[in-house]
Design a protein around this ligand. Structure first.
Ligand code: TPP
Length: 536
């Protein structure tokens, strides 16, 4: 058997059942071997798209994603997606063919590219070590790393005798130290206005956090990437940071103890630190000790698994009746009345020609089924779908924004849609991001994904317009003439609707009531008199 086939079959044997990619000569055999081993192959139209799809699939399923790319340009095309995944600590394995001859024009320094963006460089060293090399790379990815596995063409083509694939290692959650549990219980026992901010490391652990929050009277918030985690709790403040509602910002700003759970407390989650009151005791719980205190100094750092730590601290507090803490009837009523952005009064700036993005988002929130996955691109517009479209839980929001690249939103939606076919996937894009990632519209149509793509179309790079406009800078270089994006969608096989007014959403209602045989693209011509609140 050739190494390429042994590696593909070996990875399938480890449980790889879905692979994204763009196939060229260098990854043809390994990809076909994965398929022969039982994996589904999803062909993207650009390696950047393929990588982001695998990333979003991994985030949504909780299982490492796998993407396969051709040597040279196949890998360089994938680099933005790889950077996003690496910065997000997505478990992702990139199978990258490699031209080993250094004088070859197709040769690129794979390990150097990996290191440059914070990914791990691995390689298939020899026919004898091939299976062990692939196994090691997959196991590293499993530990929340993005790994580029170089597959040199000369080694891929060599014969090997594959032995049995060893099972993957089992790992167990990290228990916190007893002293740390006591210290955190002490801090919470004395807290009058505690707030929990849960990050991606808390996904899937809402029940344990809610039990502890109930015992100490804490309010609940998340970073953007964990949005939806506390859906349904009357104490849910939704997202902390730039996206926060005025009420969430006020209540977090009055906290006396803030605990970040699996949350890095970075500049976005804390509004560059301004959301964290200086007098508050700041605690960070993370199963990676190296993550503690990276973005801001904390008073107490607890290395430990989020669920294990929350459970141990709740037990330590146990016995006594739950403290009221921040949970007064008044706070509850305020959250019920003003806890969502759509509850915040605003002046509708729709003028018949262009629709206010808030009005559009609220109307879509009402129209679209609650069982949905929302994927959002980058740009001025991005707060509207992120905060005005509700999601059923943390798996219902996919936010590939660690690198803040525009153009990733559509591929994100595709990966999430494949991971959760039971939910309607909604891709929310700016016109800039939509046109940058446009090639994957064909992938949506070809795969028959029943997706809704909403383009918040201001005919500009709105983020730049609103960033530089107030200073009187010339803006011609970031404005564009009108584009009929609905027609572009129809060309790819979508149903296309242009929306200038809430009444124009009638075809969306019809599409939702119909068989949804073709995906739907909504080109919403939005107002853009000023920047969105989070940008301002
Ligand atoms: C790959 C990449 N190139 C450039 C940028 C800089 N940038 C940030 S937002 C933005 C404009 C995006 O425009 P659009 O998608 O239409 O959204 P809008 O800001 O208009 O809401 C640009 C160019 C970026 N973030 N990523």
């Amino acid at each position: 058997m050739r190494v390429a086939e042994a590696v593909g079959r070996g990875l399938a044997g480890l449980g790889v059942n879905t692979v994204f990619g763009v196939v060229g000569s260098g990854n043809f055999h390994v990809t076909n071997a994965l398929v022969a081993g039982g994996a589904r192959f999803v062909a993207a139209r650009h390696e950047g798209g393929a990588t982001v799809m695998a990333d979003a699939w991994a985030r949504t399923t909780g299982v490492p994603g796998v993407v396969t790319v051709h040597q040279g340009p196949g890998l360089t095309n994938a680099m933005t997606g790889i950077a996003e995944a690496a910065k997000s600590r997505t478990p992702l394995l990139v199978l990258a063919a490699e031209a080993p001859e250094v004088r070859s024009n197709f040769h690129v320094d794979v390990a150097g590219l990996a290191a440059a963006v914070g990914a791990v460089g691995e390689r298939i060293y020899s026919p004898d070590s091939a299976l062990a090399d692939a196994h090691r790379a997959y196991a590293t990815a499993l530990g929340r790393r993005t790994v580029i596995l170089a597959l040199p063409l000369n080694v891929q083509g060599a014969a090997c005798e594959p032995g049995p694939v060893p099972a993957l290692r089992r790992t167990y959650p990290t228990a916190p130290a007893a002293e740390a549990v006591t210290a955190l219980a002490e801090a919470l026992r004395g807290a009058r206005r505690p707030v929990f901010i849960a990050g991606r490391g808390a996904r899937g652990r809402a029940a344990e956090l809610e039990r502890l929050a109930g015992a100490c009277g804490a309010l609940l918030a998340t970073s953007a990437v964990a949005k939806g985690l506390f859906r349904g709790s009357p104490w849910n403040l939704d997202v902390s940071g730039g996206f926060a509602t005025p009420l969430a910002a006020e209540l977090i700003g009055d906290a006396d103890v803030i605990v970040g759970w699996g949350c890095s407390l970075n500049m976005w989650t804390t509004r560059h630190g301004k959301l964290i009151p200086p007098q508050a005791t700041l605690v960070q719980v993370d199963d990676d000790p190296a993550a503690i205190g990276v973005h801001r100094p904390v008073h107490l750092g607890v290395p430990g698994d989020v669920a294990e730590t929350a459970g141990a601290v709740a037990d330590a507090l146990g016995g006594s009746p739950g403290a009221t803490g921040y949970r007064s009837a008044e706070v509850q009523a305020r959250i019920a009345g003003q806890g969502r952005w759509r509850d915040v009064a605003y002046k509708d700036e729709s003028d018949g020609e262009r629709i206010d993005p808030r009005t559009l988002s609220i109307a879509l929130d009402d129209l679209l089924p609650a069982e949905r996955t929302v994927a959002v691109d980058s740009g001025n517009f991005m707060g509207y779908p992120s905060m005005f479209l509700s999601v059923p839980d943390e798996a219902g929001f996919c936010f590939t924004q660690a690198f803040q690249s525009i153009g990733l939103g559509l591929a994100t939606a595709i990966g999430a849609a494949i991971a959760r076919p039971d939910r309607l996937t909604v891709a929310a894009l700016g016109d800039g991001g939509a046109l940058m990632g446009v090639s994957e519209l064909e992938t949506v149509a070809r795969l028959g994904l029943p997706m809704v793509v909403i383009v918040y179309d201001d005919e500009a790079y709105g983020a730049e317009v609103h960033h530089f406009g107030p200073d009187g800078e010339p803006l011609e270089i970031v404005r564009f003439p009108p584009t009929d994006i609905a027609a572009i969608g129809r060309g790819f096989g979508f149903e296309g609707v242009t929306v200038r007014d809430a009444a124009d959403l009638a075809p969306v209602r019809d599409w939702l009531a119909g068989p949804r045989e073709r995906p739907l693209l909504i080109d919403a011509k939005i107002t853009s008199a000023h920047g969105s609140w989070w940008l301002e």
